[in-house]
Design a protein around this ligand. Structure first.
Ligand code: DGY
Length: 320
């Protein structure tokens, strides 16, 4: 039986199925570089399936038999693709099936931040409504008819634009590596340079993949270019922004609020100042995490893995 590693999120029915065909070892939230049991199994394994397993040259040095690494995610910034390609190891991801789920999550975080839902939920549940009238200090801001600036107009960016345009009558601006005529036609989206988008948007939504080009793309000067009333949403990866500079921008009042599904370091450190800010809404990187979509992602990841192990081209190969 071929040996494989399952790491972090792989849904149980999929894991059970894989166990019928492979010798599977499951690991969760370990320090992969120093865990002796993991490294031993890795040295014998032909495949890895899972969420956010960091695979770089250091780890690959322990993996002489590895043929395929199948991410249960659309993002694959955890993988050193060049190094894997050099070693003839296939890398795969799970695009498409999570698009609407992530867009739903991003839009939920956007609305929760604008209407201050977590804070007001706590106000009611704490019994404060009994003693304190609802006043101006509890008001939120409108979402409808505002301008939504989307940075990264890929599949998920378009699904966010669809929700903003058709659901909330928003004006859609976007900044992307290339022009997107389909989004311009369907959602009346208008292309802007990054600086123009930052200056004109009421909501700035980050949904670009993390690459060397997008790492730290939004920092001090970008926050200062946004409206002071702007709400910043990050549904991509924490490292696409300079987190310390977001903290400073919120403290200085350069922007009004932030909704964050992702952080520079995950799980986020409980001492992170963002967690004590009333105008910051957070979720634990759950953009794609619904029961239906996680199962579909695990199934697709298993399909990719098996194709790779059988020497076939996986449906979602990301190596060039
Ligand atoms: C993705 O699929 O990239 C989600 O962010 C989960 O990591």
């Amino acid at each position: 039986m071929k040996k494989i590693i399952a790491y972090n999120r792989v849904e149980q029915p999929v894991l059970d199925n894989l166990r019928k065909k492979y010798d599977v070892r499951f690991f969760e939230n370990i320090d992969t570089k120093n865990d002796t049991a993991f490294l031993k199994h890795l040295s014998e394994s032909e495949g890895i399936v899972g969420l956010e397993t960091p695979v770089d040259a250091e780890l690959l040095a322990h993996a002489p038999n590895l043929k395929v690494v199948s991410n249960v995610s659309v993002g694959y910034n955890n993988l050193d693709i060049d190094e894997m390609t050099e070693r003839n190891i296939m890398a795969t991801n799970t695009p498409g099936i999570l698009t609407d789920t992530v867009a739903d999550a991003v839009f939920s975080i956007l609305t929760a931040t604008a209407r201050r839902i977590p804070e007001l939920n706590q106000f009611v549940k704490n019994g404060e409504w009994q003693t304190e009238a609802v006043e101006k200090e509890h008001y939120g801001i409108n979402i409808h008819h505002k301008t939504l600036g989307i940075i990264g107009m890929g599949r998920i960016g378009k699904a966010i634009a669809q929700r903003g345009h058709f659901g909330f009558d928003m004006d859609i601006l976007y900044h992307s590596r290339s022009r997107k005529p389909d989004a311009e036609k369907t959602f009346a989206a208008e292309y802007r340079t990054l600086d123009q988008l930052l200056a004109e948007s009421d909501f700035v939504c980050m949904i670009t993949p993390l690459t060397p080009k997008t790492e730290g793309m939004i920092g001090k000067s970008e926050f200062q270019k946004m409206k002071q009333s702007a709400i910043f949403i990050n549904g991509s990866r924490g490292k696409t922004i300079v987190e310390q500079e977001l903290i400073q921008a919120l403290k200085n009042g350069d922007i009004a609020a932030a909704g964050l599904d992702v952080f520079e370091n995950e799980p986020v450190n409980p001492d992170n100042p963002l967690l004590n800010m009333k105008n910051v809404v957070t979720t634990p990187h759950i953009g794609s995490s619904t029961h239906e979509t996680e199962l579909a992602m695990s199934e697709l990841a298993a399909e990719n893995l098996e194709a790779g192990l059988n020497g076939e081209r996986p449906p979602n190969l990301v190596n060039p």
